[in-house]
Design a protein around this ligand. Structure first.
Ligand code: CP
Length: 302
């Protein structure tokens, strides 16, 4: 089976650092057509702006051609074709598959039936490992290191696949975690147990401002309406946090605000012009990081 990126655990610490090194080289020189003649398939069963377009930009800059779909309703899935058959077909056509799907575990399953590498571009509330690698790249660029940082994760920590992947990746770098969430959206026990098994500390709060001045990376997340089975529960928590510029007065000068985006109400637009805001640059970093991931999985080094 070819090497895929389904969970952040599929990459060792050394591999993650290698990807960050490659990303820096691609950022310095983004036009390297080392994948001329290759075909990359982007198949998205769920909406996306950043992940799909940055992967497509990355593949284009590497000289690959792109096939795929952004709406499965226009494919034979709408006639009842299974995920297994769909993946077997696409792996006949492409050298690499990038897939987003609403079902947890779907990406792992796809990698098991595919003849070519699969990149998980998000599977339900489970994992989003390419987002995590671009988050690591953004953290390294803004802090100059990955080790011994205070990482404050805010918002939907229950269903947020980006925070689950990031927590596992950062566990290599002795972080102090803060989990800021209402009771309904707290970090699940399995992830807290994972941290305890690694000897990593965390603290929990419901108050956004409680640990703001003691934070290096403030990782904001959206409360994701699409993950709630009960609309009343969503209504209760949808506006639970709203970061505004006046809250940033006592923050560390190195503190940077990350957000996988899209945002809704959790970051006020008056934060955008703050020196602490980094979420748009973070999304830009996605192109270089995804160039590195695609090249690495296809066995190309720079
Ligand atoms: N960060 C992220 O996954 O954004 P999209 O849903 O727009 O791809």
């Amino acid at each position: 089976m070819p090497k895929s990126l389904i969970s952040i655990h599929d990459f060792s610490k050394d591999e993650m650092l290698h990807i960050l090194d490659m990303a820096a080289k691609f950022e310095a020189n983004p036009f390297q057509t080392i994948l001329k003649g290759k075909v990359v398939a982007c198949i998205f069963f769920e909406p996306s702006t950043r992940t799909r377009l940055s992967f497509e930009t990355a593949a284009n800059r590497l000289g690959a051609r792109i096939i795929g779909f952004s709406d499965a309703d226009n494919t034979s899935v709408s006639k009842g074709e299974t995920l297994k058959d769909t993946i077997k077909m696409v792996s006949n056509y492409a050298d690499l598959i990038i897939m987003r799907h609403p079902l947890e575990g779907s990406a792992r399953y796809a990698s098991e039936v595919s003849g070519v590498p699969v990149i998980n571009a998000g599977d339900g509330a489970n994992q989003h490992p390419s987002q995590t690698l671009l988050d690591l790249y953004s953290i390294f660029k803004t802090q100059g290191r990955l080790s011994d940082l205070s990482i404050n994760m805010v918002g939907d920590l229950k269903y947020g696949r980006t925070v689950h992947s990031l927590l596992q990746a950062m566990s290599h770098f002795s972080p102090l975690f803060t989990f800021t969430a209402p009771d309904e959206l707290m970090m699940p026990q399995e992830y807290k147990k994972y941290l305890l098994s690694k000897g990593i500390s965390y603290r929990e709060t419901k108050e956004l401002t409680e640990y703001l001045n003691d934070t290096d990376i403030l990782y904001m997340t959206r409360v994701q309406q699409e993950r709630f089975l009960d609309p009343i529960e969503y209504e209760r928590v949808k506006n639970v946090y709203s970061l505004n510029a006046s809250m940033l007065d006592g923050c560390r000068s190195n503190m940077r605000i990350l957000h996988p985006l899209p945002r809704v109400n959790e970051i006020s637009t008056d934060v955008d012009s703050s020196e602490h805001a980094y979420y748009f640059e973070q999304a830009r970093n996605g192109v270089f990081t995804r160039m590195a991931i695609i090249a690495y999985l296809l066995g190309k080094e720079i």
